[in-house]
Design a protein around this ligand. Structure first.
Ligand SMILES: Nc1ncnc2c1ncn2[C@@H]1O[C@H](COP(=O)(O)OP(=O)(O)OP(=O)(O)O)[C@@H](O)[C@H]1O
Ligand SMILES: [Mg+2]
Length: 246
C-alpha cells in the first residue's frame, strides 16, 4: 500500500478509495467524477477521469487533466480559486474543498450586489494572472460560501495567455477575453436583473463573425468528445449507464 504522508499533496491513485468520503458529482461521458476526500482532516476534491475508456482515456482525458492542472497552477494566488495540490496520476487532480453552494442553485432576489462585485474582482485578478476561465456561463462552476464569497472551479476549458510569439494563443485570448465578464452579467440578469446596466446589456451583444465560427467549431469538438468518452457499460437492467442518466 502506498503512503500519502498524511496530506492531500501526496495523495496517490492507490490511496484514493481509502480516503474518498463521497462522490460529489458522478461524471457522464466526457465528464470527470468529482470525489470528496478527507486525508487526516484535510478536505479536498479529486477530479477523476479514472473510469474513462479507450482513445478518450489515453489521449484526451490525460490531455484535459494536464491542461486543467496547468491552468490551476497559473491561477494560484487568485482570491476565489481553490488551492491546487497536484495530480495523484495523469487522470486526476486534487484541489481544496469549498464548502459552498453552486451559483446555479441560487434563487433570484436573494443575492446581495457585493457578490457580483467580488465575482468581478476575482475574474479581473484571474485574467491578470494570465488565465481566462471560459466556462463561467455554467453557473455550477461558481461556488458560493454562506458569506457570499465566490469560488471558481472547473478550469477544464481555461485558456492561458500565450507567449508573445504565439499568435494563435494571442488571438484566442483576444476572442475569449470578454466571456467571463459576459457570464457574470448573464448570472446577474438571472438573479438580480435590477442591477444590470444598459452598458452591460450592450456589452453582451458584441461579437465578431470569425469569433462565432470559432465558437461553433469548439462546440462541435466538445460534443464529439462527449459522445465517445465512455463505454456504454450495461447495468443490471441491461440499459447503458449513460442512457439511464439521460
Ligand atoms: N473544490 C470543490 N469544492 C466543492 N465542490 C466542488 C469542487 N470542485 C468541484 N466541485 C463540485 O463538483 C462539480 C463538478 O466539478 P467540475 O465542474 O470541475 O467537473 P466537470 O466534469 O467539468 O462537470 P460539469 O461538466 O458538470 O461542469 C462542480 O459543479 C461542483 O459542484
Ligand atoms: Mg463544471
Amino acid at each position: 500500500m502506498s503512503e500519502t504522508n498524511g496530506s492531500l499533496a501526496n495523495l496517490t491513485r492507490e490511496d484514493l478509495s481509502r480516503y474518498t468520503v463521497r462522490v460529489i458529482h458522478r461524471g457522464v461521458r466526457a465528464q470527470a467524477d468529482a470525489l470528496l476526500v478527507n486525508v487526516n482532516g484535510e478536505l479536498g476534491v479529486v477530479k477523476d477521469y479514472g473510469q474513462t475508456r479507450g482513445l478518450f482515456r489515453h489521449v484526451l482525458a490525460r490531455y484535459l487533466m494536464a491542461r486543467e492542472a496547468k491552468a490551476l497552477a497559473c491561477a494560484q494566488g487568485t482570491p476565489g480559486v481553490p488551492r491546487f495540490y497536484g495530480q495523484p496520476d495523469p487522470w486526476s487532480l486534487t484541489i481544496a474543498y469549498v464548502e459552498g453552494q453552486p451559483a446555479s442553485e441560487l434563487e433570484p432576489g436573494t443575492v446581495p450586489p457585493e457578490f457580483f462585485d467580488r465575482l468581478h474582482d476575482t475574474v479581473q485578478h484571474l485574467h491578470a494572472q494570465g488565465v481566462l476561465h471560459c466556462d463561467l456561463k455554467r453557473a455550477s462552476n461558481i461556488l458560493v460560501t454562506p458569506d457570499w464569497q465566490p469560488w471558481l472551479v472547473d478550469f477544464a476549458g481555461a485558456l492561458l495567455r500565450g507567449r508573445r510569439w504565439n499568435p494563435l494563443a494571442r488571438m484566442l485570448w483576444h476572442w475569449y477575453h470578454s466571456d467571463d465578464y459576459k457570464a457574470i452579467i448573464k448570472l446577474k440578469r438571472r438573479l438580480a436583473p435590477e442591477l444590470v446596466t444598459d452598458e452591460e446589456l450592450a456589452f453582451l451583444q458584441q461579437r465578431g463573425r470569425l469569433e462565432r465560427i470559432m465558437r461553433w467549431a469548439r462546440k462541435g469538438i466538445k460534443n464529439w468528445a462527449r459522445r465517445h468518452a465512455r463505454e456504454e457499460t450495461p447495468t443490471d437492467d441491461g440499459k447503458p449507464v449513460a442512457a439511464q442518466r439521460r
